[in-house]
Design a protein around this ligand. Structure first.
Ligand SMILES: Cc1ncc(COP(=O)(O)O)c(C=O)c1O
Length: 385
Protein backbone atom coordinates (compact mmCIF):
# COMPACT_ATOMS: atom_id res chain seq x y z
CA UNK A 1 0.00 0.00 0.00
CA UNK A 2 1.42 3.39 -0.95
CA UNK A 3 0.02 6.91 -1.34
CA UNK A 4 0.21 8.33 -4.88
CA UNK A 5 3.40 10.08 -5.94
CA UNK A 6 1.62 13.41 -6.13
CA UNK A 7 0.45 12.92 -2.53
CA UNK A 8 3.89 11.90 -1.30
CA UNK A 9 5.54 14.84 -3.02
CA UNK A 10 3.23 17.49 -1.51
CA UNK A 11 5.57 19.78 0.47
CA UNK A 12 4.63 20.76 4.01
CA UNK A 13 3.32 24.19 4.93
CA UNK A 14 6.36 25.52 6.84
CA UNK A 15 4.38 28.07 8.87
CA UNK A 16 2.42 25.17 10.37
CA UNK A 17 5.63 23.28 11.10
CA UNK A 18 7.05 26.31 12.89
CA UNK A 19 3.80 26.49 14.86
CA UNK A 20 4.12 22.79 15.79
CA UNK A 21 7.73 23.30 16.97
CA UNK A 22 6.66 26.41 18.91
CA UNK A 23 3.88 24.41 20.59
CA UNK A 24 6.41 21.73 21.61
CA UNK A 25 8.58 24.39 23.25
CA UNK A 26 5.50 25.81 24.99
CA UNK A 27 4.66 22.34 26.30
CA UNK A 28 8.14 22.36 27.90
CA UNK A 29 7.26 25.64 29.66
CA UNK A 30 8.86 28.15 27.22
CA UNK A 31 7.05 31.40 26.37
CA UNK A 32 6.94 31.94 22.60
CA UNK A 33 5.94 35.10 20.73
CA UNK A 34 3.90 33.97 17.72
CA UNK A 35 4.43 35.95 14.54
CA UNK A 36 4.35 33.01 12.15
CA UNK A 37 0.64 32.76 11.54
CA UNK A 38 -1.57 34.52 9.03
CA UNK A 39 -4.46 34.43 11.39
CA UNK A 40 -6.23 37.45 12.92
CA UNK A 41 -5.89 37.48 16.69
CA UNK A 42 -9.32 39.12 16.98
CA UNK A 43 -12.45 37.25 17.89
CA UNK A 44 -15.16 37.00 15.26
CA UNK A 45 -17.57 39.96 15.78
CA UNK A 46 -20.40 38.87 18.13
CA UNK A 47 -23.28 39.62 15.73
CA UNK A 48 -21.77 37.10 13.29
CA UNK A 49 -21.50 34.45 16.01
CA UNK A 50 -25.13 35.14 16.97
CA UNK A 51 -26.30 34.70 13.38
CA UNK A 52 -24.66 31.26 13.11
CA UNK A 53 -25.78 30.25 16.58
CA UNK A 54 -29.41 31.19 15.94
CA UNK A 55 -29.41 29.50 12.54
CA UNK A 56 -28.18 26.26 14.13
CA UNK A 57 -30.65 26.59 16.99
CA UNK A 58 -33.47 27.10 14.48
CA UNK A 59 -32.56 23.77 12.91
CA UNK A 60 -30.72 25.19 9.92
CA UNK A 61 -28.28 22.29 9.96
CA UNK A 62 -28.88 20.41 6.70
CA UNK A 63 -27.24 20.54 3.29
CA UNK A 64 -27.61 23.65 1.16
CA UNK A 65 -27.41 23.83 -2.64
CA UNK A 66 -23.85 23.03 -3.77
CA UNK A 67 -23.33 26.58 -5.03
CA UNK A 68 -24.43 28.08 -1.69
CA UNK A 69 -27.53 29.77 -0.30
CA UNK A 70 -29.17 32.15 -2.72
CA UNK A 71 -29.46 34.85 -0.04
CA UNK A 72 -25.70 34.68 0.55
CA UNK A 73 -24.97 34.84 -3.18
CA UNK A 74 -27.34 37.78 -3.54
CA UNK A 75 -25.63 39.54 -0.63
CA UNK A 76 -22.25 38.87 -2.24
CA UNK A 77 -23.54 40.31 -5.49
CA UNK A 78 -24.66 43.51 -3.66
CA UNK A 79 -21.31 43.60 -1.90
CA UNK A 80 -19.44 43.67 -5.24
CA UNK A 81 -21.68 46.48 -6.45
CA UNK A 82 -21.09 48.48 -3.30
CA UNK A 83 -17.34 47.79 -2.87
CA UNK A 84 -16.19 47.84 -6.48
CA UNK A 85 -19.09 49.16 -8.56
CA UNK A 86 -19.32 45.94 -10.58
CA UNK A 87 -22.49 44.02 -11.37
CA UNK A 88 -22.11 40.27 -10.83
CA UNK A 89 -24.97 37.86 -11.29
CA UNK A 90 -25.51 35.86 -8.05
CA UNK A 91 -25.31 32.71 -10.18
CA UNK A 92 -21.65 33.37 -10.86
CA UNK A 93 -20.76 32.76 -7.19
CA UNK A 94 -19.88 29.37 -5.76
CA UNK A 95 -19.74 29.44 -1.97
CA UNK A 96 -16.84 27.32 -0.72
CA UNK A 97 -15.35 26.21 2.59
CA UNK A 98 -12.83 29.02 2.68
CA UNK A 99 -10.80 30.22 -0.25
CA UNK A 100 -8.41 27.23 -0.10
CA UNK A 101 -10.87 24.79 -1.75
CA UNK A 102 -11.73 27.64 -4.14
CA UNK A 103 -8.12 27.70 -5.33
CA UNK A 104 -8.07 23.97 -5.86
CA UNK A 105 -11.40 24.04 -7.67
CA UNK A 106 -10.20 26.74 -10.06
CA UNK A 107 -6.93 24.96 -10.86
CA UNK A 108 -8.73 21.63 -11.34
CA UNK A 109 -11.25 23.29 -13.66
CA UNK A 110 -8.85 25.11 -15.98
CA UNK A 111 -5.69 22.99 -16.11
CA UNK A 112 -5.08 19.99 -18.30
CA UNK A 113 -2.01 17.84 -17.56
CA UNK A 114 1.14 19.95 -17.94
CA UNK A 115 -0.65 23.31 -18.31
CA UNK A 116 1.36 26.18 -16.89
CA UNK A 117 0.32 28.78 -14.37
CA UNK A 118 2.41 31.92 -14.02
CA UNK A 119 2.64 33.31 -10.49
CA UNK A 120 4.84 35.81 -8.71
CA UNK A 121 7.74 34.75 -6.52
CA UNK A 122 7.35 35.40 -3.56
CA UNK A 123 3.87 33.89 -3.52
CA UNK A 124 1.46 32.32 -1.04
CA UNK A 125 3.07 29.01 -0.08
CA UNK A 126 0.23 26.75 -1.26
CA UNK A 127 -0.11 28.03 -4.84
CA UNK A 128 2.56 25.92 -6.59
CA UNK A 129 1.68 22.86 -4.50
CA UNK A 130 -2.00 23.10 -5.47
CA UNK A 131 -1.16 23.59 -9.15
CA UNK A 132 1.13 20.55 -9.16
CA UNK A 133 -1.42 18.40 -7.35
CA UNK A 134 -3.88 18.71 -10.24
CA UNK A 135 -1.16 18.02 -12.83
CA UNK A 136 -0.31 21.62 -13.73
CA UNK A 137 3.08 23.27 -13.70
CA UNK A 138 3.82 26.46 -11.74
CA UNK A 139 6.04 29.01 -13.46
CA UNK A 140 7.58 31.68 -11.26
CA UNK A 141 7.98 35.34 -12.08
CA UNK A 142 10.35 36.84 -9.50
CA UNK A 143 9.12 40.23 -8.31
CA UNK A 144 12.16 42.25 -7.39
CA UNK A 145 13.18 43.96 -4.19
CA UNK A 146 14.50 46.91 -6.20
CA UNK A 147 11.04 47.35 -7.80
CA UNK A 148 9.42 47.34 -4.35
CA UNK A 149 7.94 43.88 -5.12
CA UNK A 150 5.79 45.54 -7.79
CA UNK A 151 3.97 43.16 -10.12
CA UNK A 152 5.19 45.00 -13.21
CA UNK A 153 2.81 44.46 -16.16
CA UNK A 154 5.75 44.79 -18.58
CA UNK A 155 7.56 41.90 -16.94
CA UNK A 156 4.33 39.87 -16.68
CA UNK A 157 3.77 40.50 -20.39
CA UNK A 158 7.30 39.37 -21.25
CA UNK A 159 6.65 36.12 -19.38
CA UNK A 160 3.24 35.61 -21.01
CA UNK A 161 4.32 33.42 -23.88
CA UNK A 162 1.92 30.98 -25.50
CA UNK A 163 2.86 28.23 -23.06
CA UNK A 164 1.22 29.95 -20.12
CA UNK A 165 -2.43 29.11 -19.54
CA UNK A 166 -3.18 31.38 -16.60
CA UNK A 167 -1.73 34.15 -14.49
CA UNK A 168 -2.38 34.19 -10.78
CA UNK A 169 -2.20 37.48 -8.89
CA UNK A 170 -2.61 38.16 -5.18
CA UNK A 171 -3.08 41.74 -3.99
CA UNK A 172 -2.70 42.69 -1.17
CA UNK A 173 0.03 40.11 -1.25
CA UNK A 174 1.02 37.43 1.20
CA UNK A 175 3.91 37.60 2.08
CA UNK A 176 5.03 41.06 0.85
CA UNK A 177 2.01 43.14 1.94
CA UNK A 178 2.29 45.07 -1.33
CA UNK A 179 -0.84 46.31 -3.09
CA UNK A 180 -0.98 46.37 -6.90
CA UNK A 181 -1.90 49.79 -8.31
CA UNK A 182 -5.19 50.01 -10.26
CA UNK A 183 -3.29 50.99 -13.44
CA UNK A 184 -1.13 47.86 -13.14
CA UNK A 185 -4.20 45.67 -12.52
CA UNK A 186 -5.78 47.13 -15.64
CA UNK A 187 -2.66 46.56 -17.73
CA UNK A 188 -2.41 42.95 -16.48
CA UNK A 189 -6.11 42.42 -17.24
CA UNK A 190 -5.44 43.36 -20.85
CA UNK A 191 -2.68 40.77 -21.34
CA UNK A 192 -3.60 37.80 -23.51
CA UNK A 193 -3.80 35.13 -20.82
CA UNK A 194 -6.54 32.58 -21.39
CA UNK A 195 -7.35 32.79 -17.69
CA UNK A 196 -6.69 35.35 -15.01
CA UNK A 197 -7.04 34.32 -11.38
CA UNK A 198 -7.16 36.94 -8.65
CA UNK A 199 -6.81 35.98 -4.98
CA UNK A 200 -8.47 38.85 -3.11
CA UNK A 201 -8.55 37.34 0.39
CA UNK A 202 -6.83 40.38 1.97
CA UNK A 203 -9.12 42.97 0.43
CA UNK A 204 -10.18 45.77 2.79
CA UNK A 205 -7.16 45.10 5.02
CA UNK A 206 -5.28 48.03 3.52
CA UNK A 207 -3.63 51.14 4.89
CA UNK A 208 -4.39 54.36 3.08
CA UNK A 209 -5.09 52.66 -0.25
CA UNK A 210 -8.24 51.07 -1.64
CA UNK A 211 -8.51 47.47 -2.79
CA UNK A 212 -9.59 47.06 -6.41
CA UNK A 213 -11.00 43.83 -7.75
CA UNK A 214 -9.65 42.36 -10.97
CA UNK A 215 -13.31 42.11 -11.95
CA UNK A 216 -13.32 45.87 -12.49
CA UNK A 217 -10.87 45.35 -15.36
CA UNK A 218 -11.60 41.88 -16.72
CA UNK A 219 -15.11 40.48 -16.61
CA UNK A 220 -14.16 36.82 -17.05
CA UNK A 221 -11.45 36.73 -14.37
CA UNK A 222 -11.70 34.03 -11.70
CA UNK A 223 -11.97 35.80 -8.35
CA UNK A 224 -11.50 34.04 -5.05
CA UNK A 225 -11.98 35.53 -1.65
CA UNK A 226 -13.52 34.78 1.71
CA UNK A 227 -14.45 35.73 5.23
CA UNK A 228 -11.34 34.37 7.01
CA UNK A 229 -9.16 37.45 7.20
CA UNK A 230 -11.38 40.53 7.02
CA UNK A 231 -13.99 39.24 9.48
CA UNK A 232 -11.54 37.22 11.63
CA UNK A 233 -13.30 33.97 10.69
CA UNK A 234 -10.43 31.61 9.77
CA UNK A 235 -11.87 28.57 11.53
CA UNK A 236 -15.37 29.01 10.15
CA UNK A 237 -14.27 28.00 6.66
CA UNK A 238 -16.31 30.24 4.41
CA UNK A 239 -15.24 31.71 1.08
CA UNK A 240 -16.35 32.13 -2.50
CA UNK A 241 -15.35 32.05 -6.15
CA UNK A 242 -16.69 34.19 -8.96
CA UNK A 243 -16.53 32.12 -12.13
CA UNK A 244 -16.99 33.03 -15.81
CA UNK A 245 -20.44 32.02 -17.16
CA UNK A 246 -19.18 28.94 -19.09
CA UNK A 247 -17.72 27.51 -15.92
CA UNK A 248 -20.77 27.89 -13.64
CA UNK A 249 -22.48 24.61 -14.35
CA UNK A 250 -19.41 22.31 -14.57
CA UNK A 251 -17.76 23.85 -11.51
CA UNK A 252 -20.96 23.54 -9.49
CA UNK A 253 -20.99 19.84 -10.38
CA UNK A 254 -17.39 19.37 -9.27
CA UNK A 255 -18.07 21.26 -6.05
CA UNK A 256 -21.16 19.13 -5.43
CA UNK A 257 -19.30 15.86 -6.00
CA UNK A 258 -16.28 16.78 -3.91
CA UNK A 259 -17.69 18.89 -1.10
CA UNK A 260 -21.55 18.77 -1.34
CA UNK A 261 -21.77 22.30 0.05
CA UNK A 262 -20.27 24.73 2.55
CA UNK A 263 -21.55 24.45 6.12
CA UNK A 264 -25.16 25.64 6.28
CA UNK A 265 -25.32 27.68 9.50
CA UNK A 266 -21.93 29.18 8.72
CA UNK A 267 -23.41 30.45 5.44
CA UNK A 268 -26.14 32.06 7.53
CA UNK A 269 -23.41 33.85 9.45
CA UNK A 270 -22.29 35.29 6.14
CA UNK A 271 -25.70 36.82 5.65
CA UNK A 272 -29.00 36.92 7.44
CA UNK A 273 -32.27 38.32 6.21
CA UNK A 274 -32.55 40.44 9.33
CA UNK A 275 -29.39 42.17 8.15
CA UNK A 276 -27.11 41.39 11.06
CA UNK A 277 -24.31 39.21 9.87
CA UNK A 278 -20.92 39.54 8.23
CA UNK A 279 -21.70 41.08 4.83
CA UNK A 280 -24.91 42.86 5.69
CA UNK A 281 -24.36 43.82 9.33
CA UNK A 282 -22.35 46.64 10.93
CA UNK A 283 -18.80 46.97 9.61
CA UNK A 284 -17.40 48.96 12.58
CA UNK A 285 -15.45 45.99 13.88
CA UNK A 286 -13.74 45.54 10.51
CA UNK A 287 -12.71 49.20 10.63
CA UNK A 288 -11.49 48.80 14.21
CA UNK A 289 -9.44 45.71 13.33
CA UNK A 290 -7.84 47.40 10.31
CA UNK A 291 -6.97 50.50 12.40
CA UNK A 292 -5.34 48.23 14.98
CA UNK A 293 -3.34 46.36 12.31
CA UNK A 294 -2.22 49.71 10.99
CA UNK A 295 -0.80 50.81 14.37
CA UNK A 296 1.04 47.52 14.69
CA UNK A 297 2.33 47.81 11.13
CA UNK A 298 3.91 51.19 11.79
CA UNK A 299 5.39 49.91 15.06
CA UNK A 300 6.89 46.68 13.71
CA UNK A 301 8.33 48.26 10.55
CA UNK A 302 10.07 50.89 12.72
CA UNK A 303 11.32 48.34 15.25
CA UNK A 304 12.69 45.98 12.61
CA UNK A 305 14.44 48.81 10.79
CA UNK A 306 15.96 50.04 14.04
CA UNK A 307 17.46 46.58 14.51
CA UNK A 308 19.08 46.68 11.07
CA UNK A 309 16.56 44.71 9.00
CA UNK A 310 15.98 46.10 5.54
CA UNK A 311 12.27 46.41 4.76
CA UNK A 312 12.32 47.01 1.03
CA UNK A 313 8.58 47.65 0.90
CA UNK A 314 6.41 49.07 3.64
CA UNK A 315 3.36 46.86 3.56
CA UNK A 316 0.22 48.64 2.34
CA UNK A 317 -2.10 45.69 2.88
CA UNK A 318 -2.60 42.32 4.62
CA UNK A 319 -0.80 41.86 7.97
CA UNK A 320 2.71 40.80 7.05
CA UNK A 321 6.14 42.39 6.78
CA UNK A 322 8.77 40.72 4.67
CA UNK A 323 12.11 41.67 6.19
CA UNK A 324 15.47 41.15 4.54
CA UNK A 325 17.63 39.13 6.95
CA UNK A 326 20.39 38.06 4.58
CA UNK A 327 22.98 39.91 6.66
CA UNK A 328 22.26 37.44 9.48
CA UNK A 329 21.94 34.15 7.60
CA UNK A 330 21.52 33.19 3.94
CA UNK A 331 19.19 30.38 4.98
CA UNK A 332 15.85 31.69 6.22
CA UNK A 333 14.91 28.27 7.54
CA UNK A 334 18.06 28.13 9.65
CA UNK A 335 17.46 31.65 10.91
CA UNK A 336 13.82 31.10 11.81
CA UNK A 337 14.76 27.90 13.68
CA UNK A 338 17.39 29.81 15.64
CA UNK A 339 15.00 32.65 16.43
CA UNK A 340 12.47 30.16 17.69
CA UNK A 341 14.84 28.07 19.78
CA UNK A 342 17.25 30.74 20.98
CA UNK A 343 15.04 33.86 21.18
CA UNK A 344 11.58 32.33 21.65
CA UNK A 345 10.12 34.14 18.62
CA UNK A 346 8.24 32.23 15.91
CA UNK A 347 8.39 33.71 12.38
CA UNK A 348 8.04 32.14 8.95
CA UNK A 349 11.13 31.63 6.75
CA UNK A 350 10.95 33.44 3.42
CA UNK A 351 11.78 30.25 1.52
CA UNK A 352 8.22 29.08 2.28
CA UNK A 353 7.08 31.71 -0.24
CA UNK A 354 9.52 30.88 -3.02
CA UNK A 355 13.20 31.19 -3.95
CA UNK A 356 12.91 34.97 -4.38
CA UNK A 357 12.13 35.33 -0.66
CA UNK A 358 15.06 33.20 0.53
CA UNK A 359 17.03 35.13 3.14
CA UNK A 360 13.90 37.02 4.19
CA UNK A 361 11.65 36.47 7.19
CA UNK A 362 7.91 37.02 7.20
CA UNK A 363 6.62 38.62 10.38
CA UNK A 364 2.86 38.49 10.88
CA UNK A 365 1.49 41.38 12.95
CA UNK A 366 -1.82 39.64 13.55
CA UNK A 367 -0.93 39.60 17.22
CA UNK A 368 -1.16 42.20 19.99
CA UNK A 369 1.20 45.17 20.05
CA UNK A 370 2.43 44.05 23.49
CA UNK A 371 3.46 40.66 22.12
CA UNK A 372 5.02 42.27 19.04
CA UNK A 373 7.01 44.58 21.35
CA UNK A 374 8.11 41.58 23.40
CA UNK A 375 9.15 39.77 20.21
CA UNK A 376 11.16 42.78 19.05
CA UNK A 377 12.84 43.05 22.46
CA UNK A 378 13.85 39.40 22.36
CA UNK A 379 15.21 39.66 18.82
CA UNK A 380 17.15 42.80 19.82
CA UNK A 381 18.75 40.97 22.77
CA UNK A 382 19.47 37.92 20.64
CA UNK A 383 21.21 40.09 18.06
CA UNK A 384 23.40 41.64 20.77
CA UNK A 385 24.65 38.22 21.80
C1 LIG B 1 -3.02 34.56 -0.10
C2 LIG B 1 -3.91 33.59 0.59
N1 LIG B 1 -4.86 32.97 -0.12
C3 LIG B 1 -5.68 32.07 0.46
C4 LIG B 1 -5.57 31.74 1.80
C5 LIG B 1 -6.51 30.71 2.39
O1 LIG B 1 -7.44 31.27 3.24
P1 LIG B 1 -8.81 30.56 3.65
O2 LIG B 1 -8.80 29.17 3.11
O3 LIG B 1 -8.88 30.61 5.13
O4 LIG B 1 -9.89 31.37 3.00
C6 LIG B 1 -4.58 32.36 2.58
C7 LIG B 1 -4.39 32.02 4.01
O5 LIG B 1 -3.47 32.40 4.66
C8 LIG B 1 -3.73 33.32 1.96
O6 LIG B 1 -2.77 33.96 2.64
Amino acid sequence: MKPTDRTLSMPPFRAMQILASARELEAQGRDIVHMELGEPDFRTPPHIIDAAFHAAEDGFTGYTPAEGLIELREALSSYYKQQYGVVVDPDRFIVTMGSSPALWLIFASILEQGDRVLMTDPHYACYPNDVRYVGGEPVKLPVRVEDGFRVDPGRVSAAANGNIKAFLINSPSNPTGSVTEPADLKAIAELPFEHLISDEIYHRITYGVKSHSMLEYREDAFILSGFSKVYAMTGWRLGWIIVPPDFIEPMRRVHQNLFLCASSFVQKAGVQKAGVAALTGPQDEVRRMVETYDKRRVFIVGALRDMGFNIPVEPAGAFYVLADARHLDESSENLSNRLLNEAGVAVTPGIDFGEAAEGFLRFSYATSIERIAEGMKRIGKWLET
